[in-house]
Design a protein around this ligand. Structure first.
Ligand code: AKB
Length: 349
């Protein structure tokens, strides 16, 4: 049992003993056969390619659902398999067929969509996670399941939200994320399943657009800027949220799974952070490079309410101490790269 305390150093003895027993198998184990569930989504499409470049194309299996098939280099660069997270047998079959030792579980509905489809959000987020954890328990796989800044609610400290604090989210998305964290920790302490994860901020990328998140505006704004369109912002000035550039997020997902388990006091899930801004700050930053860019506001009450219930910024000290987490991109570096890559994508000089 872990004592709930705002400290990275509180660890109950029974968990320490458990870690020692697991240590031997970790030391001899090398992550090499990976199944990505949700490989064609915003994170999956890039993480699959990155993992293939590290572990070899044939060792990283792109799991997808019909209607969301891998395309382009994702389809051409390695094996793919239909793996619907709500179908435990499909997960078990893929794990068996490819001798999988690590599962990246990226299937989820994002926050705004989850509010309109709460039952489906639970079915995918928690029913699906239970399927993954059970298969992982039986077949001895490690599991990464992302959590989110959305796992916190309005009762959590707003600024520098600590690693261990009251969470109490108000959204269905957050409810599934906290439940997922607890279940993942339970499977670790009870069954020794090597579960690890991070609480992702809003993720910004030029490759695959997000869908149905509260932080999506911070991606859409770049698309508008490079295409010379005015941008209608769905959240108001002063709405601060943590954000992160995708290359840092991918590195976090890989580094936490490769971290030395001896050093891990926490597991599910680590706060990670790199930048926090509101719409005015990102708009002004883009304007430095696109001087004619225009932004106005067209507030979305649902996204505004969700954003208002989330922290302004997280404290990621524990991730830095326990597995040397360190972001590389700040807002300026991200903005320069996003604008450059999107201009190439759209063939704009
Ligand atoms: C969302 O906005 O729903 C996600 C998240 C912060 O988890 N991007």
């Amino acid at each position: 049992m872990i004592k709930i305390a705002n400290s990275c150093l509180t660890l109950h003895l029974s968990q320490q003993r458990h870690k020692q027993i697991l240590q031997l198998s970790y030391q001899t184990k090398k992550m090499k056969n990976v199944l990505i569930i949700g490989s064609t989504g915003q994170i999956g499409s890039e993480l699959t390619m990155k993992l293939r470049s590290i572990y070899g194309s044939n060792n990283v299996i792109a799991g997808y659902i019909p209607g969301a098939e891998p395309k382009g280099e994702l389809a051409e660069s390695g094996p793919a398999e239909i793996v619907d997270i709500t179908n435990a047998q499909q997960i078990a079959d893929a794990v068996e067929k490819y001798k999988i030792d690590t599962i990246y579980n990226l299937a989820a509905l994002l926050s705004a969509v989850a509010e309109s489809k709460p039952l489906l959000a639970w079915k995918i987020g928690i029913g699906g996670l239970m399927n993954v954890l059970e298969v992982a328990r039986e077949k001895h796989c490690a599991v990464f399941t992302p959590s989110s800044i959305g796992s916190f609610g309005p009762n959590a400290p707003k600024d520098g939200t600590p690693q261990d604090t009251i969470q109490q989210p108000k959204t269905m998305y957050g409810v599934t994320k906290v439940t997922g964290e607890l279940l993942s920790n339970y499977y670790f302490t009870k069954f020794g399943v090597d579960t690890r994860s991070v609480r992702f901020p809003g993720l910004i990328s030029y490759v695959t657009p997000p869908g149905g998140g509260t932080t999506d505006y911070a991606v859409d704004i770049y698309y508008a800027a490079v295409q010379g369109k005015p941008f209608s912002c769905p959240v108001k000035e002063g709405t601060f949220m943590d954000m992160m550039y995708m290359p840092d997020a991918l590195r976090a997902a890989i580094e936490i799974m490769e971290a030395n388990p001896d050093r891990l006091i926490h597991r599910n899930s680590f706060n990670i952070a790199s930048m926090s801004f509101d719409p005015v700050i990102i708009y002004n930053k883009i304007k430095e490079y696109v001087p004619d860019f225009v932004m106005n506001y067209e507030l979305d009450p649902l996204r505004q309410a969700i954003a208002d219930s989330w922290p302004n910024s997280l404290d990621d000290t524990c991730a830095r101490l326990e597995w040397d987490w360190k972001p590389e991109y700040d807002l300026d570096a991200m903005t320069r790269d996003m604008l450059e890559k999107l201009r190439i994508k759209f063939g704009i000089k």
